[in-house]
Design a protein around this ligand. Sequence first.
Ligand SMILES: Nc1ncnc2c1ncn2[C@@H]1O[C@H](COP(=O)(O)OP(=O)(O)OP(=O)(O)O)[C@@H](O)[C@H]1O
Length: 705
Amino acid sequence: MPPKKTTTTGGGGGGERGQIGGGDANLKQKSPAEFFQDNKGIAGFENAGKSLYTTLREFIENALDAAEHIGVLPQVDVLVEEVTLTQYETMIGLDAHVRKDDTLYDDFETEKARAKRLEREAKVEMQLEKAAAANANKGKKGGGRGNANSSKGEEKKSYFKITVKDNGKGMEHSDIPNMLGRVLSGTKYGVRQTRGKFGLGSKMALIWSKQTTGLPIRVRSAQPGQNFVSEYVLDIDIEKNAPNVHKEEKKPNTTKWHGAELSVTIEGNWTSHRQYVLAYLRQLAIVTPYAALGFRYISSHAAGSAAARNQDIQLHFARRAEVMPPLPRATKYHPSAAKENQLLVKDLLSNTREKTLSGFFNKEFTCINREHANRLSRELGAGFSASMHPKNVSDKQGARIQQLLASARFSDPSGECLSPAGEYNLRLGVMKELGPDWIASYASPALACGGHPLIVEACVSLGGRDVKPGFNVFRFANRIPLLFEGGADVATRCVQRLNWTTYKIDKNNDKIGVFVSIVSTKIPFKGTSKEYIGDENAEIAEAVDKAIKQCAAQLRGKIVRAQALKDRRARKKALTKYVPDCCNAIFTMIASAADADTLPHERARNYDEKEMLWPVDVQWEEEATQKARTREITAEILQKRLEECVEKIDNEEALEFSMQQNKDGLKQDVFLNPFSSFAHEYEPELRPGESGVAFRLLKKARLIA
Ligand SMILES: Nc1ncnc2c1ncn2[C@@H]1O[C@H](COP(=O)(O)OP(=O)(O)OP(=O)(O)O)[C@@H](O)[C@H]1O
């Protein structure tokens, strides 16, 4: 059957629009915007509550990306304002009608009804919290998403105006409509670690806003050094997947501000997702301690009323570190990317500026040096040469190159292009947020995952405030906290698989905090809503598993040491307890010998007078008696000596235990934050000694100070 000639029909609307002419009447086309409008759930917009959460998340993550991109310490201010129906009607220009009889309307609520509703919502919220905690515990797939849905049917519609302001790089004036009004457009598609990746998030917020309130997005933006502020009001033409600009202006930038301020009005559900928003912010503060985050929620109650005071929220997560981790850098693909993507080699060959095949291997991929590139060129066999021009590589030859790269062995990438949270930052955040009794951390070396460098960092803590017994898993990807779908995530699965008893940790009763942070130039999220990373990727699962095990092993050492210390203390306490009684008994005996008319040797039956040799016990008794007579031995002296003896035994035991535990002597890891923005290459180490602490810095394996 010959292929059908297809032409796109324009306009039309509804079911007819997008039909392809000449063939089956059911054959239609959809724009990306339409696709995502119909499948909002895959982008995290499945219901009003989740959409409110995702909108905030997308805006905040864009704000952090924008500030970090220009190396500025992020300052992000978030405002969520509840909008009453009347305010909403004013916004959409329906305020001409002044209601005469409020009770006629569907949204009318008496004070009593309102109080009842708030009570009901609070109950639902509590149930949600409980269910979310239980789900995270049991590792059930679905997280809070399903729960959040369950109450939806009963809720009245609520509207919220969300405004997020940052101090980032801003956007080029002419790019703003496309950046925010065309689905699948963005600046983060390259091989670089960023929180955003798909070019979708803020457009989804706009699509949700358009669908639920019909209101456009308002944007203010200025780039560093720009003398004007771009102001836009725009929405999206969903059928065409194109921006629809309502207003465009350039205003003088009198304050030399740079950054962006985005504002949308959407339907949302604060009650069901308040906890998630607050947990998200708290966890964001853990992995981004160098950012200052301000959050304000203003309810629709009359300002100043008691009800408003109860519901309004103002939070400030202060900056705890003045140093940003090294900024992520754009990098090239690892050659193993050819395994995943058959088209990659073809794409790279047609876009390369290199003039030779070996130059192509060397410059378009990481982990291939010149010599390696020449060896690969030779390995390709007949028809190839190191000096051939990449543009002359045929499709068939391209397939051969792809095949070779997919099957050859390459070293792991260095990971220098990545910006992990850092063990120091993770520990700092965990200690600040949870105040655990014990904490251990580990950072994996970089590995190649699907052709992208990837680093896993983990912290495991025991004890702390607000931590429930059992597992408390916290997940981060490219420094984004992941709150939903926890049960299916690789971190949760690894935690469940681990045999914690081996590490002397009671998985049911100990308060275990597990923090896993993964950074990569491409995080293999399941779905575009960036909720979780699947467990089926063996490389990631292995790396996460190893990181958690390393932390657990460190904790095991601490637990064993603490147990030994506890045992020693108990023994010392028991010994010390009997010291006074022992002293009294011994001294009474010595004192009665000292008071006697004869000395012990005179009473001893087997005293050899000629040799003046006494049995040892008599000799001891003789000496003690003499000393008691001259008051060199008193009850107090005896007690002091016995106490010293207990102390000495205790110290010797402690030292022996430490030497057994740690063949290298007594040592303790410490974490130092570098002053500069560059990661230092030194590992500090503390060695407690008899009368102080020795501190040294180790460069790789070599001692430098
Ligand atoms: N606050 C901001 N400051 C500067 N640029 C921004 C800001 N918000 C959005 N942008 C620009 O708009 C683009 C599109 O943003 P959008 O949220 O739609 O997708 P993304 O962040 O690229 O990817 P993802 O969908 O994975 O979040 C971004 O790539 C960025 O260049």
